[in-house]
Design a protein around this ligand. Structure first.
Ligand code: OAD
Length: 277
């Protein structure tokens, strides 16, 4: 018999107020209301693009300019976006918890940096971030928020996403024009975990520890299909701890979740956390 999670805000707040170690696991849906496209579903990036063409080490080796055009586009969108009410509610709730001696952490699959820009402090970025680059040779990781990151990428990449903006007449970008390491001058790549790559082991260890110890998990705007993040919330539920899901979808991802709040999380999350915005 299917056990339907509750969608009662008062009941959720009773659980929320008792929790001492809260983890919010977020995905692309938390940034959708900031105008950043999600990956799957209507308007999703992976509907028009095979992830393997753009987000794998093999793709970067075969065509670093194309991959950089795609990431230049994503940097441009992210850098020009603002945190929305869901990001802000999470940051404000973290501050409340800190004042009360309770722990509140965000584990995000997003690379847009919007949680930190909203003011969240305890943030684990599982899949890297668009603000950093890593050298293909000396492996140094550097912060780089220059936009464009190099002159050759100015205005590029939009045709990959929107065929009406085809940039097919533009000259092919040479590898020597792409972003370089400030230390050894070799080619750098976005500091993003691509398909087929492992997560940073320290970040993964920290995330696992939170998943193993939290007493409430909020799972917000993720389709929960990419591992290991996909198993985090079900793992919390298996430990018998409450999980509250916030998603546009009407249906809960897992019948073991305690709460499911359907709708845009820019509305549902501030209401659930009791944050007036
Ligand atoms: P997806 O695009 O797979 O899923 C987005 C989820 O957010 C869906 O379940 C939507 O229903 C939900 N959603 C959309 N708008 C929402 C809103 N306003 N409020 C609440 N929910 C909303 O994104 P992720 O689950 O984050 O990895 O995808 C996981 C990973 O797959 C990404 O980190 C990326 C991608 O391939 C890498 O690139 C390594």
């Amino acid at each position: 018999m299917f056990k339907r999670p509750l969608s009662d805000y008062n009941e959720f707040q009773k659980v929320l107020n008792q929790a001492q170690n809260i983890v919010a696991l977020t995905g692309a849906g938390v940034s959708a209301e900031s105008g950043i496209p999600v990956f799957r579903g209507p308007g999703g990036l992976w509907r028009t693009h095979r992830a393997t063409d753009l987000a794998t080490p093999q793709a970067f080796k075969a065509n670093p300019a194309l991959v950089w055009e795609f990431y230049h586009y994503r940097r441009e969108v992210a850098f020009n976006s603002q945190p929305n009410k869901a990001h802000i509610a999470l940051a404000k709730y973290e501050k409340i918890c800190q004042e009360q001696g309770r722990k509140f952490s965000v584990i995000t699959q997003n690379v847009d940096g919007l949680h930190k820009r909203a003011g969240s402090k305890n943030v684990l970025e599982l899949h890297g971030c668009l603000q950093q680059v890593i050298c293909t040779k000396c492996k140094i990781i550097e912060m780089n928020v220059n936009n464009p990151i190099c002159e050759a990428l100015r205005g590029r990449g939009f045709g990959i996403i929107d065929p009406s903006k085809k940039d097919q007449d533009l000259p092919i970008i040479q590898v020597k024009e792409l972003p370089k390491c400030s230390k050894c001058q070799a080619l750098v790549r976005p500091y993003i975990v691509w398909f087929g790559e492992n997560l940073d082991p320290d970040v993964l260890d920290n995330a696992r520890e939170l998943v193993e110890t939290c007493d409430l998990c909020l799972v917000i705007g993720t389709s929960s299909v990419v591992y290991p993040a996909a198993m985090f919330a079900p793992t919390v539920a298996e430990r018998g701890k409450p999980v509250a899901e916030f998603n546009l979808s009407e249906d809960p991802f897992d019948e073991e979740f305690s709460f499911h709040f359907s709708g845009p999380c820019g509305t549902t999350l501030p209401k659930a956390l009791g944050i007036d915005l």
